[in-house]
Write a protein that binds this ligand. Structure first.
Ligand code: PLP
Length: 393
């Protein structure tokens, strides 16, 4: 261990088994450790750094904002929030935004929206939410309660009540969990941590129809699959299935801690009112300047379209790997959110070998190698990744 690893392990609570790697700087789609070793980054800080490292427009905007104003609290208006919110409403085609500090807080907000919406209708306090097995929505108590992973949940019980779990991509199973108390269905449009499972079109359309028929809100968690990652600004836009509430984070600020829950008109007008929800930092000038700048860059540089155009090449190259290597069973995913199912050896071994070969990838679920690169990668970067991946497989 070098001194930074020792210092960290001595002082930071041990909740992560970190890779023995101290990252010092980034440039484009490459990261560099303290020994100057170069890594091709197909992890992007877990689907966060969409623009690549050292984007000048982004860096200049943040430096400028630091000199202007970093924080004010939500008791006052600020310019970046005004601009970021308008842009986010525009690209999502939704109606109102609430900025949070993280993904998990966006999910907390969405849960509160669903309960308040239902409460305003019937004044009951026993509403239920349907969530999916193998889902991931975050680590705070509400988000953990809708995360379909017993290992994450068990030691922290009791969680919030009234959560029922259904099978992802199984409409009958969702229907079976509906009661007269159900107020919402929450799901990831493409399941990330659970192992990269895109929703089937018929499933998503079916859930939307069930929500309409039973006056339940559809909450789509776009924290990982949103922000252009699937080749559309938000993954649901490809399906043509619009949520009542959407959660965002990860690439929304491309590295500054910011998330959001975004509501349609019906939900915005019939849920949280002044006094119902708040945050000291959420949507402060610094993070909103980041969001605003990210959304500008996405528009000006057609980032989602670039993903759409480059996806066939990435998928073709990954399918070649599936054909060539017995230990790679199948590819799943959409756009730049791809998973390779590894069999016959622990996926962690592949991740470690890749790191030795100068390639950063991560895992998902128990056996999936996850590729969530910066959205600005080119075919050359894909070729480099494939070469390194082949070596370690
Ligand atoms: C990462 C993630 C979250 C949690 O976001 P944090 O910022 O880590 O709290 C929630 N939902 C999904 C789908 C995610 O991928």
């Amino acid at each position: 261990m070098n001194k930074y690893m020792e210092q960290t392990e001595a002082n930071v609570l041990h909740t992560y088994n970190r890779f023995p790697l101290v990252l010092e700087k980034g440039k484009g789609v490459y990261l560099y450790d303290t020994n100057g070793k170069e890594y091709l980054d197909f992890a992007a800080g877990i689907a966060v750094f969409a623009l690549g490292y050292g984007n000048e427009t982004y860096n200049h905007a943040l430096k400028d904002q630091i000199d202007q104003l970093i924080h004010t609290s939500n008791l006052y208006y600020n310019i970046p929030m005004a601009e970021a919110s308008e842009k986010l409403v525009k690209v999502s085609g939704m109606d109102k935004v609430f900025f949070t500090n993280s993904g998990t807080e966006a999910v907390e907000g969405a849960i509160k929206v669903a309960r308040k919406y239902a409460w305003l209708k019937d004044r009951r306090t026993d509403h239920e939410i349907i969530a999916m097995k193998h889902s991931f929505h975050g680590r705070s108590m509400g988000a953990l309660s809708v995360t379909g992973n017993t290992h994450y949940q068990e030691p922290f019980k009791p969680l919030i009540g009234g959560i029922r779990f259904a099978e992802f991509n199984n409409l009958k199973s969702v229907e079976a969990e509906i009661t007269n108390k159900t107020c919402a269905v929450i799901l990831e449009t493409v399941q990330g941590e659970g192992g990269i499972y895109p929703a089937d079109k018929e499933f998503l359309e079916g859930v939307r129809a069930l929500c309409d028929a039973h006056n339940m809100l559809l909450i789509l968690d776009e924290i990982q699959c949103g922000m252009g990652r699937t080749g559309h600004m938000f993954a649901w836009q490809e399906y043509g299935v619009k949520p009542d509430v959407m959660t965002c984070a990860k690439a929304l600020g491309c590295g500054v801690p910011v998330g959001a829950f975004v509501l349609n008109k019906k939900t915005a007008e019939n849920s949280l009112m002044p006094g119902d929800h708040g945050t000291t930092y959420g949507g402060n000038p610094l993070v909103c300047r980041a969001v605003s700048t990210v959304l500008d860059i996405f528009e000006e540089e057609h980032v989602a379209l670039h993903v759409q155009k480059t996806t066939p090449y990435l998928e073709k190259k990954l399918d070649e790997i599936v054909n060539e290597f017995d230990c790679v069973e199948v590819r799943r995913g959409k756009g730049f959110m791809q998973g390779l199912v590894i069999k016959g050896k622990p996926v962690g071994d592949v991740v470690n070998k890749a790191m030795e070969n100068g390639l950063l990838v991560i895992s998902a679920g128990t056996d999936v190698l996850r590729l969530v690169p910066p959205l600005v990668i080119t075919e050359t970067d894909i070729d480099n990744m494939i070469e390194k991946l082949k070596k370690c497989l």
